[in-house]
Design a protein around this ligand. Structure first.
Ligand SMILES: Nc1ncnc2c1ncn2[C@@H]1O[C@H](COP(=O)(O)OP(=O)(O)O)[C@@H](O)[C@H]1O
Ligand SMILES: [Mg+2]
Length: 250
């Protein structure tokens, strides 16, 4: 399969001069499941915000299936669905149903198509029963599933999850993990950041470790994980020699 994402020499300097990321080169294949780890401040979120044009490169380029994000940010916003750590900040609708409809409405689809997409997305994340409720009344895990429904309704090919397990209890983590894995199985390309590899390590195709705005390691999870602690990322206990890494779903 072809490359869906190409990032070349990407640098981002914030207005106050802080270098958020500093020369990122990476290519992601269609359908790949890429984990991005790194300690706080290593540049993970800054990198992700370039994928759909929320941030504009200071230097370098981001290309999605051959077309530059800065050339066509509207296309990038449709192609790349983002689920951010702070689910509350992503809520835009008065009801759960309206919230999911917000994205497709901006695509100027007809009413019937929007309704179909919204129902399917709510069904997929098992929030149908809450459709007429205010999103603010949902639990943390449900809010994150709501954000996932929003990107499903957009039919985004690339799905980006920024710390999707933070602040969730064990059942919440398992539910989100199951959702992400089934999206991967359905053919979506997945990028997921975490500073806690344990929960998702067993399922990824590739592991990237970031440090100081740069890619420090990029390769197969089993190889790269050995160096995790050098970069301030806790190694999953089970990845220590002689123990096979299990899944949180077992
Ligand atoms: N809006 C901003 N203004 C200035 N500096 C920022 C801003 N957002 C992030 N940074 C800085 O950029 C670096 C990378 O941050 P971030 O991408 O959030 O890292 P991570 O997601 O890996 O924790 C950090 O030094 C952070 O303080
Ligand atoms: Mg972050």
């Amino acid at each position: 399969m072809g490359n869906i994402l190409e990032i070349k020499n990407l640098k981002h300097h914030f207005a106050d001069g802080t270098p958020g990321i500093d020369g990122i080169n990476m290519t992601v294949r269609e359908g790949e499941f890429v984990l991005i780890a790194g300690q706080n401040g290593s540049g993970k979120t800054t990198l992700l915000r370039h994928l759909n044009g929320l941030l504009v490169p200071t230097v370098g380029s981001v290309t999605l299936a051959g077309i530059s994000v800065s050339e066509n940010p509207a296309r990038a916003r449709q192609m790349v669905g983002m689920v951010f750590q702070d689910a509350d900040s992503q809520i835009v609708g008065e009801t759960v149903r309206d919230d999911v409809a917000f994205g497709p409405e901006n695509l100027c689809l007809d009413r019937a198509e929007i309704q179909k997409r919204v129902s399917e997305a709510l069904e997929a994340v098992r929030l149908t029963e809450f459709a007429d409720q205010s999103p603010h009344l949902l639990s943390g895990g449900q809010k994150r599933r709501l954000a996932i429904a929003g990107i499903l309704a957009m039919k985004s090919e690339v799905l980006v999850f920024d710390e999707p397990f933070s602040n969730l209890d064990y059942p919440g983590v398992r539910q989100i993990l199951r959702q992400i894995l089934s999206l991967h199985q359905a053919g979506h390309t997945i990028l997921l950041t975490t500073h806690d590899l344990e929960k998702v390590f067993a399922h990824a195709d590739r592991l990237i470790i970031m440090k100081d705005g740069k890619i420090a390691r990029d390769g197969s999870p089993n190889e790269v994980v050995r160096d995790a602690e050098m970069f301030g990322v806790r190694q999953p206990c089970a990845s220590r020699p002689g123990i096979e890494i299990g899944s949180w779903l077992n």
